[in-house]
Design a protein. Sequence first.
Length: 134
Amino acid sequence: MWALVIDPVHVARLMPAATSVVADGNRWAWRLQTYRVLGFQVTPEFDVEISPEPEVRVTFRPAGRTAAEGIHAAGQFELTERGSSHTDLEFDLDLRLDLGIPSLLTGTVRSVIVRELQRGTREFFRNVEREVRR
């Protein structure tokens, strides 16, 4: 499973919300799908610096253009061995966006993006499980 979470090509392929994840060394540039809500469209793009701890976790922190553009992205993939044939995968993401939209609409737009990211995360876990069973 380690090979899946350390390879940005696999991560982008398995995570429905990601349209691309491109690596330049330990810096990953993420581009997520476009979210259209109430006439606004948001396409989150952010850079993270990854810190891998082999076979245990990949931690990512904001890097590069992220902070300058009002985007904060941080989190980790964490693997926990549960015996010889079982490994748990936990994914934690803290994504903050300065959307530049009227404050009256912020709650609605936020709820749509959160709902879609949660759906995408569930699909990511299903995709990882299918990939591991191959």
